[in-house]
Structures are given as structure tokens and as C-alpha cells.
Design a protein around this ligand. Structure first.
Ligand SMILES: C[S@@+](CC[C@H](N)C(=O)[O-])C[C@H]1O[C@@H](n2cnc3c(N)ncnc32)[C@H](O)[C@@H]1O
Length: 258
């Protein structure tokens, strides 16, 4: 059966404040069709009614579409490169930093960075800004409680140092939590904050159409100070980064030109 995606895109923009225009079509439509079937709906019009009437169905849809898989120190080797760049490149130039973790999901990425900063006693101008389009995931990030599986890649010494065990789960210590501020931000349609020394935006570009990606790289570059670093995902190489005034410094780290 032919599904009316145009209707559904307009409906999500109007009713869920979720503009799906910028996402890669084939992948997106497959996910919408699967989540529709999982909810027992036969058409997208019917599925829209289910989402409207049932908050749980709405959340399931958002979770499925926005794919918030994440991890602490995801791709550990790249985090090590980031730590190295932080020490060798950034700190000698900038005594206090502004850092933004965009599309941060449950906050694992922002808290991983906060632990690196704590290790090196890095001064921040503001709290680390951590943003995502999904309010529910941001609420989990603010609470900062994770199960054992979610911490599977976190070294035990960091878990012991920066987490408090509570009923088999682990809560991020206040000392780390207080260095991060979580806010909703849509990379496609919202304005970008400025003057950042580090922007981490990983494993989200893969969902966007090429023209949207170009626009986001340009805006990320505009949000960096000259010499600032953009930390990309492990499958998100930028082709011809100079078009965005960026220079590749390691496999997945780019520096804003002076
Ligand atoms: C796969 S997760 C990546 C999380 C983390 N950056 C990492 O690499 O582990 C993708 C995240 O992008 C968020 N996202 C999807 N579309 C977005 C948009 N338009 N603006 C901001 N965040 C978005 C999702 O809600 C999800 O949390």
C-alpha cells in the first residue's frame, strides 16, 4: 500500500515540532513504516491519530526515529585523540573554554568530556552545553542515572570516581553533573550558539541529506572560534573540509582556520 509520507511530514512538523524534511528519505520512510506497523496502524493518517491519543506511542515513535544509541567514550581511540588535542592545541591557546556537545542523546558524550576536563582541571567559561532534539532523552541526561549495560565501556576507575551506585544503577556525581547544561536544540532548524572552542557532533550527520549536512557543517564552523576544534563521528569524514574553513588534524577532528 502507498503510504502518504507528505501528509505525515507535515503532521509531525505541526504537531510534534519535528521537521523531517532534512533526513535521508529511504532510511526515514523505512523507519516510519516499521514503527507504524509496530503500533498496529495501517495508514499514516491512522498512525498520526494513535500518536496523538497515546503518549507512550508518541515516545516510541520519537525514540525510533531519532535513534539515540550512544555510549560513554564512544570510539575510545578518538576520545584519546581528542584529549591529546585538548592538551596540545587548545589549552596553550585558550585558558578557559566553551564546549558544545550537539545531538548528545542521554548525555554519555557530554559527561565523558566532563570527566576528561576534570582530569586535566580545565577551566570552562560556561557549563558544557549539551543539546538534542529529543526532550525525553534530555530529561534522562539531566537525571544522569545509567544501568550497568549503559556503562559497559566506562573504565571501572572512572565509574568508581565519578558515579554513585544506587539500587544497581549508577548516578553521575554532582561534581560532573554540575558542569553540564542540557537544552533542546534542533540542528536543522534552530539558530546556533557562537564562539565555541570545541563542538562535538557525532553520529547524527549520517541521518541527514547531503544539502542539510553541508548547511550544518557550515553552521558548526561559524560557531567555532578560529583555532577551535570540531569533533566528528567515526563514520563521518568531511570531504573537502576547507570549503567550511576547517582543516583535518586527525582522522575525525577538524580545526577551524584562523
Ligand atoms: C545516534 S545518537 C548519537 C549520540 C551521540 N552524539 C553519540 O555519538 O554517541 C543521535 C542523536 O541525534 C539526535 N538528533 C536527531 N536529529 C536531530 C536534530 N535534527 N537536531 C539535534 N539532534 C538530533 C537524536 O535525538 C539522537 O539522540
Amino acid at each position: 500500500m502507498e503510504l502518504n509520507y507528505e501528509f505525515f511530514y507535515q503532521w509531525t512538523t505541526k504537531n510534534l515540532k519535528l521537521n523531517l524534511d532534512g533526513y535521508k528519505e529511504t532510511q526515514l520512510q523505512r523507519r516510519i513504516a516499521t514503527s507504524m506497523k509496530n503500533a498496529g496502524a495501517e495508514t499514516l493518517e491512522e498512525y498520526a491519530d494513535v500518536i496523538k491519543a497515546n503518549p507512550e506511542a508518541k515516545q516510541k515513535f520519537l525514540d525510533y526515529i531519532t535513534i539515540n544509541v550512544t555510549d560513554f567514550f564512544r570510539n575510545k581511540d578518538i576520545f584519546e585523540e581528542f584529549e591529546e588535542q585538548l592538551i596540545s592545541e587548545l589549552l596553550p591557546k585558550f585558558p578557559s573554554l566553551k564546549i558544545w556537545s550537539a545531538a548528545c542523546s542521554t548525555g554519555a558524550e557530554a559527561y565523558s568530556i566532563a570527566m576528561i576536563l576534570a582530569k586535566h582541571q580545565v577551566k570552562l567559561q560556561n557549563k558544557i552545553l549539551a543539546t538534542d532534539i529529543d526532550e525525553t532523552i534530555l530529561q534522562k541526561a539531566r537525571v544522569g542515572v545509567y544501568n550497568e549495560y549503559e556503562l559497559k565501556n566506562l573504565e571501572y576507575n572512572l565509574r568508581d570516581k565519578y558515579f554513585q551506585e544506587k539500587d544497581g544503577k549508577y548516578e553521575v556525581n554532582k561534581s560532573i553533573k554540575h558542569t553540564v547544561e542540557f537544552k533542546r536544540h534542533d540542528l536543522i532548524s534552530d539558530d546556533y550558539p557562537k564562539n565555541y572552542h570545541v563542538i562535538v557532533c557525532r553520529n547524527v550527520m549520517i541521518y541527514f541529506k547531503n544539502e542539510v549536512k553541508n548547511d550544518i557543517y557550515r553552521k558548526i564552523s561559524d560557531s567555532l572560534v578560529p583555532g577551535g576544534l570540531y569533533f566528528a563521528g567515526a563514520t563521518e569524514t568531511i570531504y573537502n573540509p576547507t570549503q567550511y574553513n576547517l582543516t583535518k588534524v586527525t582522522s575525525f577532528i577538524y580545526q577551524k582556520d584562523a
